[in-house]
Design a protein around this ligand. Structure first.
Ligand code: B1M
Length: 209
């Protein structure tokens, strides 16, 4: 089994103590950070399928998520930006009622690497908290809202509309597995991205338009 396959298997099995070391070994063997990240994202897909089919339950999903987060910590210094060339501040969070943060963290990491200063509000963020964060921080150019559950799509809509009502000129980008470009447009977001890499490209495009 290659090191990357081992990383994938251990993330699926939720072995958070083993994953960081294996990620480092995969890097030492010459694997690219993006390739290792992709393998871990695939693992979460498998975990999701096993959850859907009733093979595993919430606790197993949670420990797999923790294992992936530990692996991402090793990759982060290799993928994040150095803080130079700031394009402004980006406020990011997962919307109210939603506790998923791996995708949001990856999006944050990639937008940071595109040249933004990030303010991460975490998960389960009410619409008003996004607005307050815009008030509390300097040079905010973008707000990024993540949502992973179909049940929290109304919270995503509320977040976008509350931010836009308070700051009509401020750019808002949305994304997450159930979000579509059509939904993003319907709720009044300025941008949508299907994954972390394209979120960074879109963020830069919106902030420099
Ligand atoms: Co949950 N969960 N979960 N879960 N979970 C999903 C999302 C699910 C698809 C699993 C399934 O049924 N197959 C399903 C949602 C179904 C739906 O609504 N359509 C689901 C469910 C049902 C639930 C609960 C309701 C389960 C329950 O309690 N019965 C519950 C809800 C809790 C809550 O939030 N209130 C729940 C709980 C959890 C855990 C807490 C156990 C854990 C999360 C831990 C954590 O995040 N720290 C968890 C996990 C791990 C998952 C899966 C397995 C993995 C999610 C993940 O991290 N994926 C997930 C199944 C799956 O995704 N296939 C599942 C990897 C990550 C890199 O991808 O987050 O999609 P993703 O992010 C991508 C893109 O979406 C995009 O870029 C990212 C990177 O490329 N993106 C953006 C994300 N945000 C973006 C923002 C942008 C742009 C792009 O711009 C701002």
């Amino acid at each position: 089994m290659s090191k990357i396959e081992e990383v994938k298997a251990k993330v699926e099995a939720g072995k958070s103590k083993l994953v960081p070391g294996l990620v480092q070994e995969a890097l030492d063997e010459g694997s690219a950070p993006g390739e290792i990240l992709e393998a871990m994202v695939d693992s979460m897909g498998v975990v999701g399928e096993k959850f859907s089919s009733g093979e595993i339950f919430v606790p197993e999903m949670l420990i797999a998520a923790k294992a992936m987060s530990k692996g991402v910590e090793v990759l982060k210094p290799l993928m994040a930006g150095d803080g130079s060339n700031s394009l402004g501040t980006c406020i990011i969070g997962t919307v109210a009622g939603d506790l998923h943060d791996i995708g949001k963290n990856l999006v944050s990491m990639m937008i940071e690497s595109a040249g933004f200063d990030m303010v991460d509000l975490g998960v389960d963020v009410p619409a008003d908290t996004f607005v307050q964060a815009v008030k509390d921080n300097n040079n905010v150019k973008l707000v990024a809202c993540s949502g992973l559950l179909t049940t929290t799509m109304p919270a995503l809509k509320e977040a976008v509309q509350t931010i836009k009502a308070a700051y009509p000129e401020l750019k808002v980008i949305v994304g997450g597995a159930p979000v579509t470009p059509e939904y993003a447009a319907e709720v009044g977001a300025d941008g949508y991205a299907p994954d972390a890499g394209s979120a960074a490209v879109k963020a830069k495009e919106l902030a420099t338009a």
